[in-house]
Write a protein that binds this ligand. Sequence first.
Ligand SMILES: Cc1cc2nc3c(=O)[nH]c(=O)nc-3n(C[C@H](O)[C@H](O)[C@H](O)COP(=O)(O)OP(=O)(O)OC[C@H]3O[C@@H](n4cnc5c(N)ncnc54)[C@H](O)[C@@H]3O)c2cc1C
Length: 540
Amino acid sequence: MASESFDAIIVGGGHNGLVAAAYLARHGATALVLEARGQVGGAATTESPWPDAPEFKVTRLSYVMSLLPPTIMRDLELERHGYKVFPMGPYYQAFPEGGSLTLYEEDSQRSHEEIARWSKKDADAYPKWNAWLGGLADVLGPLLLTVPPRIGSRKPRDLAATLRLAWRHRGLDVRTIGDVTRLMTMSIADLLDEWFTSPQIKGALAVNGVIGTWAGPYEPGTAYVMAHHSIGDVGDGRLGSWGFPEGGMGAVAAAIARSAVAGGATIRTGARVAKVLVTGGRATGVVLDSGEEIRATTVVSSLHPKTAFLDHVGKENLPGDFAADIERWKTRSGVVKINLALAELPNFTANPGTHLQEHHTGSVEMAPTMEYIEKAFIEAREGRPATRPFSDGVIPTAFDKTLSPDGTHIMSLFTQWVPADWSEEPHAGELEKYADRMIDAYNEVAPNFKSAIIHRDVVGPYEMEHDYGLIGGNIFHGELSLEQLFHMRPAPGFADYRTPVRGLYYASSATHAGGGVCGIPGMQAAKAAIADRAIRRPHG
Ligand SMILES: Cc1cc2nc3c(=O)[nH]c(=O)nc-3n(C[C@H](O)[C@H](O)[C@H](O)COP(=O)(O)OP(=O)(O)OC[C@H]3O[C@@H](n4cnc5c(N)ncnc54)[C@H](O)[C@@H]3O)c2cc1C
């Protein structure tokens, strides 16, 4: 059953697929996005999970923006298409034993006073830590917009790309290279032990090392994950600080979709792709679940690599080494997202009041110490859900009034860990008990918390895999572990957004610069197709 043909088909209407479509359409290509679900956005989604209370909207999976480069915002005119972000407030942790810690990104004096309540020595070390980390993040940031070269290839073009990369970093001195090496290889726990003494400040700084990661804070590589979250500039201007998009993360996808459509792209939802058609080593189109065939000279897939390559292309169309690399791709997280509708704001014993205060406006954490976080991981690795999970909480309605009725709030808890293999079975009852324990932990420090909950929505790894295509429940289409970064993402020799199949490009979060809602993989895959002249340019 053949239907139309296009210059480019984009498989998957997550934010990266939409970015790819927007760039290709702007280049003059006829571009078709095929999205399996009833709405675009993928993991950047705003939904109403409670049928009897549609007035509450939650950003069901991802919840804050950070790494979207200014170039993409400008090229796709995202602000004109409705993209608006409220900068986040401070980091806040109320401790079960009493007291709290607030860290202000922009106010070093207040942060100093806060930390000094726990340790004067740590308060003095904190600005030096920020300066050290800022310096390293400025080295790592521009790498996010760099297309990884084929390291090891002796082809002149690849050697030149590797040399260009080395030349760009010629200004780095021995000390900086040493510091980057330490950052890439150390655990966040070992690194923080070198800088700080108080458990409270170490707990605060450890969280970013384990977000979305199947590794506790004592595992090597977690220092890099923390630094990844601290990047302020990807080389084309400072990134906005972390923030809440108005209308939730789905509004970001909607703005990109509007930009793509304005550029001439077509978006079809409810269109699940079953296969990528490959003839003579070249992609020629796709087949939908319905049997419909759609032809294109270029196909861009933005799906998880196991789906994109093993299911859609098939091992018979792939080199053995590449197929083996994708088969061994690590894709665990053990993340559970808990979305709550609240009748009132949490009333913290350490900072009382249900009226909106500064500590409600940023991250409202439940990760008091590194040991607390580590214990949650050890339990999950041993096959049990954490007794006391940790949470990166946010209350977007502190700013965004579009998500819930006046006076009520939405709170999003990004929590870890449950066993990685919970992606294979729903574990519905156990997930509810896990959510109860998470809520109890907040209730200990904010005693009105439990009674303030009007509705709750618990999304575990099974739902992430089966409803959203996040295989293994990994939030980034694949772990950000060292062996899966840069020239290894998703496989050595294919980190340049191209694939072993001619005419098939790869734009998922499993490529370099993914994951996160940054759009870079989508942009780079489109640029690779354009550079290869895979796209005809009908109008120019
Ligand atoms: C719980 C959670 C919290 C997160 N928090 C943050 C955060 O706060 N900030 C941040 O920056 N990042 C966060 N992330 C990560 C970020 O959301 C993802 O890395 C990013 O959204 C992935 O975008 P993508 O376009 O690459 O893929 P996806 O969003 O996964 O899009 C792929 C799309 O393909 C569709 N699809 C799947 N199979 C088919 C098929 N056969 N045919 C057609 N379509 C198909 C899917 O429905 C989906 O829409 C979070 C992720 C999760 C899960």
